[in-house]
Design a protein around this ligand. Structure first.
Ligand code: ZN
Length: 328
């Protein structure tokens, strides 16, 4: 058996249920059949966290320390253990461990802007929860290598190895329950792989730019607009609030015009170019400063990363409407 076969055997998958779950125990048993690892979190009664403290945004979201002292590390797929937890305390919110423990990563989109951006980028038909705050949790297949809990700029966060999400029928501090969107529960639809825009590789690994090993010839500036050519040649002459903003703008423009990282590096460090002033002044810190600037510029300029939403949402209108109503 290959590693790939093994991964696909262990993957969580859709299950057939005779009737939809109703009680917390029904849900727990369904999740276990699906292959999800669970842990108990504090519940919410009368808008208060059952731990008795004023937990703010964390209310109803943190693990029950007396049952799972190591938090998400104590998550399990073992029914007997979970029945024991339920016997000791019948009222808790269900937390699903993300990452390889359950074979899932979850995109946690929150706020009106986050949901709009999620709709804009598009996501597959897959297990999808409307959270108690009106956000969405989009469950996706774990890629089989470690994935961190990274921010997804513009959308929210990725919950992966070491993270967890609260699952239906748990109650949010707003008083609303977490619910599977109609037709998008693990007993109605398959779990889909992550679309390309989900950051499954460490942002540091993919974006950090260090001094190129090959030296590029000084690039011709003629591919840039006259304004940008002047910026590179003479540096910031008051058009930007700071030199770092000017450096960023110059790098973005060069990437936009198709220059390679090595070419951008050469242009930004060339002492005959005014734009290299800040880099040169920073001395030994210069490389780090420029590396970060170029990394950020790359993300901004890279096609598909900072794309403007022009296409209609991919998901079905009924689902979208529900989300929008709840948010607005
Ligand atoms: Zn609490």
């Amino acid at each position: 058996m290959t590693r790939k076969d093994l991964i696909s055997m262990l993957e969580p998958r859709k299950v057939y249920l005779r009737r939809p779950p109703e009680t917390t125990l029904d849900y727990v048993l369904a999740y276990l059949r699906v292959g999800l690892s669970l842990l108990p979190a504090h519940g919410v009664t009368n808008s208060r966290c059952t731990c008795g403290e004023d937990c703010g945004k964390d209310a109803g979201k943190h693990p029950l320390a007396n049952l799972v002292p190591s938090g998400v590390k104590n998550a399990t797929t073992d029914e007997a253990t979970i029945r024991r937890w339920l016997a000791r305390r019948s009222h808790w919110n269900i937390a699903v461990a993300c990452g390889s423990m359950s074979g899932i990563v979850v995109v946690d989109a929150d706020g009106e802007a986050g949901l709009a951006e999620l709709e804009c980028r598009g996501y597959p038909m897959t297990w999808t929860v409307q959270s108690g705050s009106g956000g969405l949790h989009v469950y996706l297949k774990h890629p089989g290598h470690p994935v961190g809990n990274w921010k997804i700029p513009g959308i929210g966060e990725l919950r992966a190895d070491g993270g967890y999400v609260i699952a239906p029928p748990s109650r949010h501090r707003s008083g609303d329950r977490y619910e599977w969107l109609p037709g998008l529960s693990p007993w109605e639809v398959d779990l889909a792989p992550a679309p390309d825009w989900v950051p499954l590789e460490s942002p540091q690994e993919t974006q950090r730019v260090s001094r190129p090993t090959s030296v590029a010839l000084a690039p011709k500036l003629s591919r840039l607009s006259k304004r940008m050519q002047d910026l590179v040649r003479y540096g910031n002459r008051g058009e930007y609030e700071s030199r770092s903003e000017a450096d960023m703008a110059a790098c973005v423009a060069m990437f936009g015009a198709g220059y390679s990282v090595a070419e951008v590096w050469t242009a930004m460090t060339d002492p005959t170019n005014g734009i290299s002033q800040k880099y040169r002044e920073k001395g030994r810190q210069g490389e780090r400063y420029l590396g970060l600037t170029i990394s950020k510029a790359w993300v901004v300029a890279k096609p598909g990363r900072a794309r403007v939403c022009v296409k209609p949402p991919k998901s079905d209108p009924a689902r979208r409407q529900k989300v929008m109503i709840r948010v607005g």
